[in-house]
Ligand binder design. Structure first.
Ligand SMILES: [Zn+2]
Ligand SMILES: [Zn+2]
Length: 368
């Protein structure tokens, strides 16, 4: 039996999303039908809409969903109808890297997140005879109901505002996980974080949890820098107004910071992040500027013991890391709700506009 849902459909690259009625499959083996309560908008959704990442059309985006389990498919043992869940990125749960507790590097990451179909090529959403690609990040959560996999469906406590928790599944996990799972600073070590979007601001909160000092935040928007300061940044720099940014950062934590995190992805920022560190040091780049985007670095800056690494999804195992972030949130140490502005699902295109213009850090769509 199918479930009738309203989905925001991308029919043409560069066009607004249209709210249309679709039929969602009953959950198959290993699948979960979720009634969506909230869905965050992440930069990756925008790159799907503008064609930066190739997607099959028509497609339903959305990969920071949260809601309530409506039904479970065969073989799903850890979830039951009524459970509150946060949806994260798709991973198979049984490849070399999933078995090493590193599902962000799942060998099936591309098909499970970008192909828009199940592994057998079928789709989860239909409109009459038409296939609607509804497996974006194994969820397509810009819909009132969607199908996820048990592997990427994370149960959370019921005493929390479930409609706000979706961004923990991607953007917030990316920033916080890169600090807590990859860089792993010790108390009192220094960090510089470039780009104060949802990812960078989550990294600031995580750096504070880790006990970093100083925590240096860089952006070109003074409002974002003020927000960073209120979330734990000890020093902030407006990159547009700072004459020699690298020199200034090194001055705060001579002879350079222990760690740097780039949440922008441009050549200039990656170079600045690398050059701001002491030696040895680790620099993580998580910003995405599109496929075939070349960067250049001075090899001499690497030779001195610096590591430059890319990170996907904070190298997190969402089944462990999302509950950990929820606990930090409940303790008041990870107040990510301060990044959020909510919009009714019907205003999804306005919400994208607010994200793309920078007016809102993290729009979250609310479903009735
Ligand atoms: Zn896997
Ligand atoms: Zn994302």
């Amino acid at each position: 039996m199918t479930t009738t849902a309203t989905a925001a459909i991308l029919r043409e690259i560069g066009e607004p999303l249209t709210l249309e009625e679709v039929q969602v499959d009953a959950p198959g083996e290993g699948e979960v039908l979720v009634r969506m309560r909230g869905a965050g908008i992440c930069h990756t959704d925008a790159t799907g809409m503008d064609g930066t990442i190739p997607l099959p059309l028509p497609s339903v985006l959305g990969h920071e969903g949260s809601g309530v389990v409506e039904a479970i498919g065969e073989g799903v043992t850890d979830l039951a109808p009524g459970d509150h869940v946060v949806l994260s990125f798709g991973h198979c749960g049984d490849c070399t890297y999933c078995n090493k507790d590193r599902p962000a590097y799942c060998e099936m990451f591309a098909p499970l997140n970008y192909f828009g179909t199940r592994m057998d090529g079928t789709v989860t959403m239909h409109q009459g005879d038409e296939d609607i690609h509804g497996c974006f990040f194994s969820q397509s959560s810009f819909a009132t109901y969607a199908i996820s996999l048990a592997t990427n469906t994370v149960k959370v406590a019921k005493d929390l505002p479930i409609e706000l928790l979706g961004p923990l599944g991607c953007g917030l996990q990316t920033g916080a996980g890169t600090v807590l799972n990859v860089l792993r600073p010790e108390t009192g070590e220094s960090i510089a974080i470039f780009g104060m979007g949802g990812v960078g601001l989550s990294a600031v909160m995580a750096a504070k949890i880790a006990g970093c000092d100083p925590i240096i935040a860089v952006d070109i928007n003074d409002e974002r820098l003020a927000l960073a300061r209120s979330l734990g940044a000890t020093h902030t720099f407006n990159a547009k107004e700072t004459k020699d940014l690298v020199w200034e950062i090194m001055g705060v934590s001579a002879p350079g910071v222990h760690y740097a995190l780039d949440a922008v992805g441009t050549n200039e920022v990656i170079r600045q992040a690398l050059e701001s560190t002491r030696t040895p040091a680790v620099v993580a780049t998580v910003g995405f500027q599109g496929l075939e985007h070349d960067i250049t670095i001075d090899q001499g800056h690497l030779l001195v013991g610096r590591t430059l690494t890319g990170v996907i999804e904070g190298d997190s195992n969402p089944q462990d890391f999302i509950p950990a972030l929820v606990e930090h949130y409940a303790n008041g140490e990870f107040p990510f709700d301060r990044l959020i502005k909510t919009f009714p699902f019907s205003q999804i295109n306005e919400a994208f506009e607010a994200a793309n213009s920078g007016a809102v850090v993290k729009p979250v769509l609310l479903f009735d």
